[in-house]
Ligand binder design. Structure first.
Ligand code: C2E
Ligand code: MG
Ligand code: MG
Length: 753
């Protein structure tokens, strides 16, 4: 099949795996990190973190600040009022004391004798504001007192110790005496007694009555001040809320929305918040522009400006959804340029690019309203045809594309005639899902490529052709054996550690009189279905053993030949007999024959198959499990199978140089097989790097184009003839498989045969 024409940027627009494909969603990761953090800090730490993050909000900060300011103001008012009140009380008492002291002093001075003094004392002490009055002479005897019992008594004989101390003091005129009692204030003044001596006048003022009025005034001042402070703080808060908090909160919401909705400034456009918002808007717009540009780039093919494969698929899904609703018919066209690789190789990649751009331009010009054109891969384009009446109309459009692309044109001095093939599929007849429709269009395209230049194949037509082909293969197979149209090719297997040719795999080819050399993939499945496979296997076994006998007789290094058997063969009860007879007929020792079965075959009827395989093994024939890893990969079953060799499927070898996890599966297979004492062979080794990795992983043998392509018997004979001591004829391979690696190792890309 000559289909896979590649361009140097093939795979350029292959889907890239998103982080979610290979890891966990970013939200989940953030959540996990946060919860691990919370766990580490304990619930209290987490709670405190929550609280501190809440109080980070400006509203709470201002609230806290205002509370502190309000409380301070109220406390200061209280302190101020208390201070004022004390000063008022003090000056009031002092004024009274001074007045009373002067009045009493004058009265005492004018008294004519102690009886007058007592009279004055009684007169004064009857008023409610005066508690106690006592006059003491120079010898510290009570001359007169409001306490009648004290008259004429020496101060030292008074019963009250505190009063005694006060009366004994050296008086300073008008000085208030220290007293803890707040309801009364004691004073002592010097007076001239009627005798002419200087005596002491003691009086106690009742201050509680005077203070009651003052207290009321103080309380009302305090209440007024506190209320004013609270009101002022509230007003200030409201003002700050309006002027500062609300705009900042709007700005924060705007930042959190990442500019999703417009920011409306509360005040003029030159307001600081509005300026910050404008700067944010610019940053958001730049970011979203970049994101849009990136998204566009991810969906666009940079060379042609068309959408790429992922864009095509999503567009197709959209169109199909629409068609499902309104019952329309949709055509999916895949157009591939013929022999595009030749253009790249002969005229260069720049010319190749020009042709791709020209094709894109043509398809865009042919496109109708509602249609979509995309570049799906290297030289492959897709067109979605919407609103078509049916397959005939779609075929007509597709042919129009082919004709338009096929118009001759010039690049520099070269006159070119670029042809293209089209595969076509129709919704809803050929599929309802974008993937299915694209796959079917691809299949139709493969068929179109076989038909030749400028072919257009409708998917259903392709199905029809396939059925026809199966019929013709089936018909031709029946004469193929009789007419000796089958040939065997041999592909070497090489021991990785020694470089020795350890065997060969016999691979059948059909030399068809009209089709040329036909690959087994095309006819083996048909042979299996029509029951013809038994004959084919019998022939392959016979031919492989005959050939091996001939090589051994010619004195060539002895190698085992592996023959592939199919599932149908394994179920035949006489397979062991056929194998035994063939070995005997050609006098081939069983150690030189191996049968290759695929793992899916052996897993189907495990018990029957195990019986057959055990019988074969007891003959001495080796059993190899082919394409290992593509089916059940049940290593547990391996224990039960008498297996000599395991062949790692070439799909794993292809990816083995992949740094991420290419080696994981091959390594597991190799290690487990070794633990079961089973040999491991790697299929499809195509370069030295793969061989090197396999050798480092401990793989025993390798097979693939790097070590030798499948070749006709005569060529393989030459190959064996040039194998010194059974070692690979190619010196570079011998070096690459040497036990002690000699670096740097010569890399080799070509084939051995
Ligand atoms: P298989 O047994 O896995 O055979 C190996 C296939 O891989 C062969 O293709 C071979 O040409 C190909 N190959 C070997 N090295 C490389 C490489 O380095 N790169 C690539 N890309 N391919 C490589 P072939 O000959 O087309 O055989 C295809 C399949 O057909 C075989 O797969 C086998 O399953 C089947 N087959 C071949 N001969 C017979 C036969 O005589 N009888 C039966 N029943 N099946 C056969
Ligand atoms: Mg095989
Ligand atoms: Mg294989």
């Amino acid at each position: 099949m000559e289909r896979a024409v590649t361009h140097r940027d093939a795979g350029r627009d292959r889907d890239v795996a998103s982080p979610e494909d290979v890891g966990l969603p970013s939200d989940f990761r953030a959540w996990r990190a946060e919860s691990a953090d919370m766990f580490a800090r304990g619930w209290f730490g987490a709670y405190m973190a929550q609280v501190s993050s809440t109080f980070l909000a400006i509203r709470f900060k201002v609230f806290a600040l205002m509370t502190v300011v309000g409380t301070t103001l109220v406390l200061m008012s209280g302190f101020f009022v208390f201070h004022l009140y004390s000063a008022q009380v003090e000056s009031l008492i002092r004024a009274r004391a001074i007045g009373l002291g002067e009045v009493l002093g004058n009265s005492v001075k004018r008294a004519r004798g102690p009886a007058d003094l007592q009279f004055i004392v009684d007169a004064i002490s009857n008023t409610p504001r005066i508690g106690l009055v006592t006059i003491i002479d120079a010898d510290n005897n009570v001359v007169a007192s409001s306490q009648s019992a004290w008259r004429g008594v020496p101060v030292a004989a008074l019963p009250d110790q505190a009063l005694r101390d006060e009366f004994m003091r050296k008086p300073e005129s008008g000085k208030r005496l220290d007293r803890a009692d707040t309801d009364a204030a004691d004073f002592m003044v010097l007076v001239t007694l009627p005798t002419g001596d200087v005596g002491k006048l003691f009086f106690r003022l009742n201050v509680s009555a005077a203070m009651t009025g003052l207290q009321q005034t103080a309380w009302s001042i305090l209440v007024w001040l506190a209320a004013s402070a609270v009101v002022a703080v509230l007003m200030l808060s409201l003002l700050i809320q309006r002027v500062l908090i609300a705009p900042i909160e709007t700005l924060r919401a705007y930042a959190e929305r990442r500019g999703a909705a417009k920011f409306v400034p509360s005040r003029g456009p030159r307001d600081e918040i509005a300026i910050v918002a404008a700067a944010l808007t610019e940053a958001f717009e730049a970011t979203s522009e970049n994101e849009t540009r990136l998204a566009d780039l991810a969906r666009t093919d940079s060379l042609t400006g068309l959408g790429n494969r992922s864009h095509f698929k999503s567009r197709l899904a959209h169109v199909l959804g629409q068609a499902e609703v309104d019952g329309g018919t949709v055509g999916v066209v895949i157009l591939n340029l013929d022999k595009f690789k030749d253009i790249n190789d002969t005229l260069g990649h720049d010319s190749g690019d020009v042709i791709l751009q020209r094709t894109a331009e043509i398809l865009k010009n042919c496109q109708r309203k509602g249609d979509a054109v995309a570049r799906l891969g290297a030289d492959e384009f897709g067109v979605i045809l919407t609103g078509i009446a049916g397959p005939e109309e779609a075929v007509e459009y597709a042919n129009r594309f082919i004709r338009a692309v096929g118009v001759p044109f010039r690049i520099g001095a070269h006159e070119l005639h670029q042809t293209a093939c089209v595969g076509l599929t129709i919704y809803p007849q050929d599929g309802r899902d974008p993937d299915v429709l694209m796959k079917n269009a691809d299949l139709a395209l493969s068929r179109a490529k076989l038909e030749g230049a400028s072919a257009c194949i409708l998917y259903r037509h392709e199905l029809h052709l396939r059925a026809m082909e199966r019929n013709s293969i089936e018909r031709d197979l029946r004469v193929a054996l009789a007419q000796k149209q089958f040939v065997l090719f041999y592909q070497p297997k090489v021991d990785i550690r020694t470089g020795r040719i350890s065997g060969a795999e016999a691979l059948i080819r059909w030399q068809h009189p009209e089709r040329g050399l036909v690959a087994p993939d095309l006819f083996i499945p048909v042979a299996e279905r029509c029951g013809f496979i038994a004959e084919v296997t019998k022939w392959v076994l016979d031919e492989a053993c005959r050939q091996n006998r001939a090589w051994q007789d010619a004195g060539l290094p002895k190698v085992g030949v592996a023959v592939n058997v199919s599932a149908v063969d394994l179920r035949r009860p006489d397979l062991t007999d056929i194998v035994a007879n063939t070995l005997v007929r050609h006098a081939i020792s069983p150690q030189y024959l191996e049968l290759e079965v695929t793992e899916s075959m052996v897993m189907r009827d495990v018990d029957v198959v195990i019986g057959t395989l055990r019988r074969l093994r007891s003959l001495g024939v080796g059993i190899g499990i082919d394409d290992f890893g593509t089916g059940y990969s049940s290593l547990a079953y391996l224990k039960r199978f008498p297996v000599k060799r395991l062949k790692i499927d070439r799909s794993f070898v292809r990816d083995i140089a992949d740094l991420r996890d290419g080696k994981v599966i091959p390594k597991v297979i190799i290690d487990l097989a070794h633990s079961l004492s089973v040999n491991v062979l790697a299929e499809g080794v195509e370069d030295a790097a793969q061989l090197e990795i396999l050798r480092n992983l401990g793989c025993d043998e390798a097979q693939g184009y790097f070590l030798g392509r499948p070749m006709p018997a005569a060529e393989f004979e030459l190959f064996l003839r040039h194998a010194p001591n059974g070692l690979h004829p190619d010196a570079a391979i011998r070096e690459a498989t040497a036990v002690v690696p000699s670096t740097p190792r010569a890399l080799r890309g070509g084939s051995a045969a």
